[in-house]
Design a protein around this ligand. Structure first.
Ligand SMILES: Nc1ncnc2c1ncn2[C@@H]1O[C@H](COP(=O)(O)OP(=O)(O)OP(=O)(O)O)[C@@H](O)[C@H]1O
Length: 300
């Protein structure tokens, strides 16, 4: 479990992270979403103790990260895919970290295998693609078999196979009971990977909820229907306070009434309905609506 409580960090007087609180629970994948520059990396760096918050607290399994006797066993993170000495091989890179925490060669081989880098273990990491570097970052994070993991934009640079692999890996890590925090600026990716999302904009919390409930925040796009008696139903809809217009593909669209109200209205007047579909904004649209006020193109 990772708990961020009232985190604030200012740069040049401007808040990059502003009184932010959220919890990463064990056993589920938590997506950390926000437009570019919303404060995700700063928050992750504060969780790891790399950036000092101006105020607020971070607890990893109930204890500040720096106070863990085995910090890498409490939280494994990959927040900068291209870190590491370029002249070192993947194996030596992992070994340099492993020896400082008393981890042996067998575990290095295991994590290389988990991320699909066994065949390139003896190559220098300076020549790695971004996708290979992402995999190495994940291997590094998993070295000490941590209770929690945190990855910053882990699918950046991955090809479609790599994206699928990463998705399955993080779900497996959560299913094993770990807390998993993944940052992304793509709601579409989180929709298929995360169980829960924390959405921030301009450093502030905008939403902290299950993916399934976020979809219901999307604005209604009306109800689409098909009926052979459209004119008659249109009049009834208008008398009931709704509006009917043409929908896509020769369907009819009704706004101002729910699908249930429409179905009941049609039933009372014995008007057959061949289709009745409530349409909501997609998750991507819900995210855009949520963060619309937080997107800046010219800095703050
Ligand atoms: N070291 C720093 N010095 C000054 N300003 C900084 C520093 N680090 C971050 N910022 C500013 O803080 C804000 C949040 O940046 P941050 O990198 O945390 O956002 P982000 O959500 O991770 O964005 P991205 O998705 O683009 O990486 C931005 O306005 C950024 O310019």
């Amino acid at each position: 479990m990772i708990e961020a409580i009232g985190l604030t960090k200012k740069y040049g007087g401007k808040p990059a992270v502003d009184n932010l609180s959220f919890t990463v629970r064990p056993g589920i994948v938590t997506g950390f979403l926000g437009p570019n520059g919303s404060g995700k990396s700063t928050t992750m760096r504060m969780i790891l103790g790399l950036t000092r918050p101006d105020s607020g607290t971070i607890l990893v399994n109930g204890v500040p990260f720096s106070q863990h006797s085995n910090p890498l066993g409490a939280l494994g993170a990959s927040i900068d895919a291209k870190s590491g000495h370029p002249g070192r091989t993947a194996f030596r890179h992992l070994q340099a970290i492993a020896t400082t925490i008393g981890i042996g060669t067998a575990r290095i081989r295991t994590v290389l295998d988990m991320v699909g880098l066994s065949d390139v273990a003896d190559r220098r990491i300076g020549g790695f693609s971004l996708g290979m570097s992402q995999r190495l970052g994940v291997a590094t994070a998993l070295l000490a078999d941590p209770a929690n993991v945190m990855f910053d934009e882990p699918i950046n640079g991955l090809d479609p196979d790599g994206i699928l692999w990463m998705r399955n890996l993080v779900k497996k890590l959560a299913a094993e009971g770990r807390g998993v925090l993944l940052s992304s600026h793509l709601m579409s990716e989180m929709a298929v990977t995360a169980d829960h999302v924390v959405v921030i904009g301009r450093g502030r919390l905008i939403a902290d909820e299950a993916i399934s409930s976020l979809i219901h925040r999307g604005k209604s796009r009306g109800v689409l229907l098909r009926t052979p008696r459209g004119d008659e139903l249109g009049q009834l809809v208008r008398s009931a306070g709704g509006q009917m217009s043409s929908g896509p593909d020769e369907s009819l669209r009704v706004d101002g009434m729910t699908a249930a109200e429409l179905g009941d209205l049609a039933a009372v007047h014995r008007i057959p309905l061949h289709e009745l579909i409530p349409v909501r904004a997609s998750l991507e649209e819900a995210f855009m609506e949520l963060t619309a006020d937080s997107v800046t193109f010219s800095g703050r």
